[in-house]
Design a protein around this ligand. Structure first.
Ligand code: NZQ
Ligand code: ZN
Length: 423
């Protein structure tokens, strides 16, 4: 068949579960307490990072709103980017001692993931790491709520939680619907204080969440595809505006809402891999090994390097998806000798060549966009060298196995080749 027709056995069925109550807008931070109280919560364990919410005054505002609503609180501070299992263990103990009935993250993906980890660890008798090493499956958890300070991970509505274990040199994800947050308080003004690098990494991450699903290997799912590519267009339009003016509320708000919808499952409806996830997720797998190898690597920055490298490696498997992406996101069409004036072009433009050129132009545009925001282009920007690649392999094998990916099945040797191409 022609590109886009259904030649394979396709299952477009899906389950979409997004139980989160979103409270979005200017100053909603000050409503956190009343929203939690209205949901029946009385004792919140607040979880936050390494101080940004203290410096910006956000933590004090949240606490004042809890006090006003009669919600008692305790707190766990110091969660680092790429949160570590130690914070989860400490927070779980605190949650038990305090008798928390909700875990309230105030921060980004790191605080939110620590909160989710605490929420499943608190009622569990064994060691929390069992869950991420897949030795145990969580069956119960405390409710999780979030005050989002950086649009990026989408953790405020996702079923994921990614935790590092420094002693074991691992960073592992765990997916379960039970800790999708019950409440996400989303005040775009909180993101005015983000450093440009974090803004850019967040934008990259949310685009990656949409692309992992778009490039699942399944053919067109027009409703979802239009939602997905429309969201990417909206972020690409808004991102330069916030780089220029960090206090551009409308652009911050657009980016924030896309960050959520990119990862709550909406962008994957009908693109799921039968029996598997709602996307390919290879680039996330390859990136998580970078952040495990060097915990100072920011997830979104790693993705800015990995995603284009993966694309260049796999696009020939389903060129029609790349053409659709290029067309809708960047307005790139393959050259057509029947229509276009090719005067001055010496070589013969075969249809294959026209497709390859259009796809390459698309990947170049995407990578240039990430770089224009301040993201790195290569792994060497992280100080990584060829020798380091082998150290990523044991973790990748544990987390992904020897054969992974749905857009194109990849082996560990393919992974090595993709990393090398990104050096
Ligand atoms: O720690 P503090 O002092 O708060 O500073 C943070 C941190 O240094 C700072 N920051 C956050 N909001 C700010 C701010 N600084 C100024 N003003 C603000 N409003 O930004 C830095 C990054 O914060 P972090 O929470 O680490 O960022 P992000 O939201 O990108 O989260 C990254 C983590 O989420 C995981 C990543 O792997 C990584 O560990 N992910 C989680 C997912 C999920 N649960 O669904 C999906 C993602 O694919 C991702 O893997
Ligand atoms: Zn991500």
């Amino acid at each position: 068949g022609s590109p886009g027709t259904r030649e394979r056995i396709i299952v477009n069925d899906f389950r979409f579960y997004s139980p989160t109550r979103f409270v979005f807008g200017r100053k909603v931070t000050d409503r956190t307490g009343e929203e939690l109280a209205a949901l029946g919560y009385r004792r919140a364990l607040i979880v936050y990072g390494q101080g940004s919410v203290v410096r910006t005054g956000t933590l004090d505002r949240v606490k004042a709103s809890l006090d006003a609503a009669g919600v008692e609180h305790a707190e766990l501070s110091g969660v680092r980017p790429n949160p570590e299992i130690g914070s989860v263990r400490a927070g779980a103990q605190l949650a038990r001692d305090f008798g928390a009935d909700v875990v309230l993250a105030v921060g980004g993906g790191s605080a939110m993931d620590a909160a989710k980890g605490i929420a499943v660890a608190a009622p569990y008798d064994g060691d929390a790491w069992d869950f991420w090493r897949k030795r145990a499956v969580p069956s119960t958890c405390l409710p999780v709520a979030c005050v989002v300070t950086i649009p990026a991970s989408g953790s405020e509505a996702s079923n994921s939680c990614v935790i590092s274990n420094d002693a074991e040199h691992l960073k592992c994800g765990l997916n379960t619907d039970i800790y999708r947050p019950v409440l996400a308080v989303m005040d775009p003004e909180l993101t005015f204080t983000l450093p440009p690098y974090q803004t850019a990494a967040g934008v990259t991450d949310m685009i990656a969440h949409i692309m992992e699903r778009f490039f699942s290997g399944q053919p067109a799912a027009p409703v979802t595809d239009n939602i997905a590519l429309g969201m990417i267009r909206a972020v690409i339009e808004a991102a330069p505006r916030v780089m220029e003016d960090p206090r551009d509320y409308d652009a911050r708000a657009d980016i924030m809402w896309v960050g959520t919808l990119a990862h709550n499952g909406l962008a994957g409806c009908g693109l799921g891999v039968p029996g598997g996830r709602d996307g390919d997720w290879t680039c996330h797998g390859l990136e998580h090994e970078l952040s495990a190898f060097d915990t100072s690597i920011t997830h979104g920055a790693g993705l800015a390097v990995i995603f284009p490298a993966w694309m260049r490696y796999v696009w020939r498997e389903h060129p029609e998806r790349f053409l659709e992406f290029g067309r809708q996101v960047f307005g790139i069409e393959p050259v057509d000798p029947a229509v276009d004036d090719l005067t001055g072009i010496d070589e013969e433009v075969t249809p294959e060549r026209a497709v390859a050129d259009a796809v390459e132009a698309t990947i170049d545009e995407l990578q240039d966009f990430f770089v224009s925001l301040g993201m790195p282009r290569t792994l060497s920007a992280f100080g990584m060298q060829e020798d380091d690649i082998e150290q990523l392999m044991p973790g990748l094998t544990i987390n992904r196995g020897e054969l992974f990916g749905s857009f194109k099945k990849l082996t560990l040797d393919d992974a090595r080749a993709i990393y090398r191409s990104a050096l």
